[in-house]
Design a protein around this ligand. Structure first.
Ligand SMILES: CC(C)=CCC/C(C)=C/CC/C(C)=C/C=C/C(C)=C/C=C/C=C(C)/C=C/C=C(C)/C=C/C=C(C)/C=C/CC(C)(C)O
Ligand SMILES: C[S@@+](CC[C@H](N)C(=O)[O-])C[C@H]1O[C@@H](n2cnc3c(N)ncnc32)[C@H](O)[C@@H]1O
Length: 375
């Protein structure tokens, strides 16, 4: 109780300060006073960046959609030539190129031609990133009315998107299904890199990847750990994608493909580690609790569970997990971005112990957690 007094005083002081900062007269004064001017300008610029965030990402979408980054990778070009190539008026193309330059993706040369800047070039090298940016049209439509999204009003585009890709489109439009399952596979390569950088699979003999998709994660593990036995478990309709993904990699015999649903079927036994890569955040708490209990049952004592996906910062919200992935999973309507603490709590409830802290070299790609079934 005594500790509550300073807290209440701090809260009152905080409230008073925030009211002062929200006062236009104070803002005018602070923007001119030498000791506060810098903070006021920085805050203004950062607020403006949040205000215009959607325009920035749509500029990037146009650069990708028009394949301008790829075109400029061949060398610097003049706005006129690019405009003719893309079928735009030259003045509009110049606006786009200037915007790309202002965002640090392009570089304007002294002779007035435009080329790639380092970050523009880096985008081309990130597996699946252009496809990811293209597929944002569905997410963008859902973010068009964020309050309706928060209220859960109406069917969202993203709720239709993935089930359509792996369901109806797989039969009616195999090209659409292939393009987006490629997207998942390509983006999985980044996730696999970060998991392998942070978690050692040394000493393990058999890993089962539950919800392993097209097998890109197991393919990465296979290269680093040539003696490891590997099993991929996923829905029956996804297994052909995994078979196609592994075809020609020389891993067809090494990876056992196991069709089934973790909702209704038993998980493969005999592994000393089970991985759940970008699986939990697709599902609600009830499904996750049941899945974790199944994983626990399938592992021997001392067996390991590895969970990797983008996570909320929990008590310390962070941009990737608490903005992008929180709204993405909300728009999908089936899951949620959880914090490492929440996932750990759910794993402990299933019986696991958590030997190590979460690892996240790039939280916008993934965070990784490791748990152990007690001896
Ligand atoms: C040699 C000299 C002189 C200089 C060199 C200078 C130098 C060191 C330059 C370094 C340049 C460099 C190598 C840069 C590298 C940049 C990289 C690797 C950037 C990576 C960026 C990755 C991003 C932005 C990833 C974004 C991922 C997203 C948006 C993923 C979304 C995933 C979704 C929506 C998943 C959905 C799945 C579902 C359906 C929810 O289950
Ligand atoms: C977001 S994807 C992740 C795929 C892969 N692990 C990755 O990181 O790219 C989720 C995966 O879980 C699989 N999945 C969803 N529900 C499942 C279920 N009931 N049983 C087995 N797998 C399931 C999906 O088919 C999909 O491959």
């Amino acid at each position: 109780m005594a500790g509550d007094l300073p807290k209440a005083r701090a809260q009152r002081r905080g409230g008073w300060l925030m009211r002062l900062i929200a006062n236009p007269g104070f803002q005018r004064w602070a923007s001119g006073f030498p000791l506060t001017r810098g903070i006021a300008r920085r805050d203004g610029a950062e607020i403006f960046d949040i205000v215009q965030g959607f325009v920035q990402s749509q500029v990037l979408a146009a650069l990708v959609e028009l394949e301008l980054l790829r075109r400029l990778a061949e060398g610097p070009q003049a706005a006129g030539g690019l405009a003719r190539w893309a079928g735009l008026a030259e003045d509009r193309m110049t606006i786009l190129l200037q915007a790309g330059t202002a965002l640090g993706l392009l570089r304007r040369r002294r002779d007035g031609r435009y080329g790639l800047a380092r970050r523009g070039a880096a985008i081309l090298g990130v597996p699946g990133l252009e496809a990811m940016i293209r597929h944002h049209h569905a997410f963008y439509a859902d973010m068009g009315d964020p309050v309706a999204l928060l209220r859960g009003q109406g069917k969202t585009e993203l709720a239709r998107f993935w089930p359509y890709v792996f369901g109806a489109a797989a039969k009616a439009e195999p090209e659409v299904a292939r393009r987006y399952s490629d997207l998942m596979a390509q983006s999985q390569a980044l996730v696999a890199q970060d998991v392998l950088r942070t978690i050692a699979f040394k000493g393990l003999s058999h890993v089962v990847d539950v919800g392993g998709g097209s097998g890109a994660f197991l393919a990465e593990i296979a290269v680093r750990y040539p003696d490891l036995r590997l099993t991929l478990f996923d829905l029956p309709e996804v297994i052909p994608l995994a078979r196609a993904g592994l075809a020609g990699s020389g891993l067809e015999k090494r990876v056992t493909l196991c069709p089934g649903s973790f909702r209704t079927d038993p998980l493969p036994r005999g592994a000393d580690a089970i991985t759940l890569i970008r699986v939990l955040y697709d599902h609600d708490d009830t499904t996750v609790a049941a899945l974790l209990a199944k994983v626990y049952g399938a592992l021997p004592s001392g067996g390991r569970l590895i969970v990797a996906e983008p996570m909320s910062g929990g008590a310390r919200p962070e941009r990737a997990g608490d903005v992008y992935f929180a709204f993405y999973t909300m728009a999908m309507g089936t899951g949620r971005a959880r914090s490492a603490a929440r996932i750990a709590e759910m794993c402990r409830a299933a019986g696991f112990e958590q030997p190590g802290p979460p690892k996240a070299p790039r939280p916008y790609v993934t965070s990784a957690l490791q748990f152990e079934k007690p001896e």
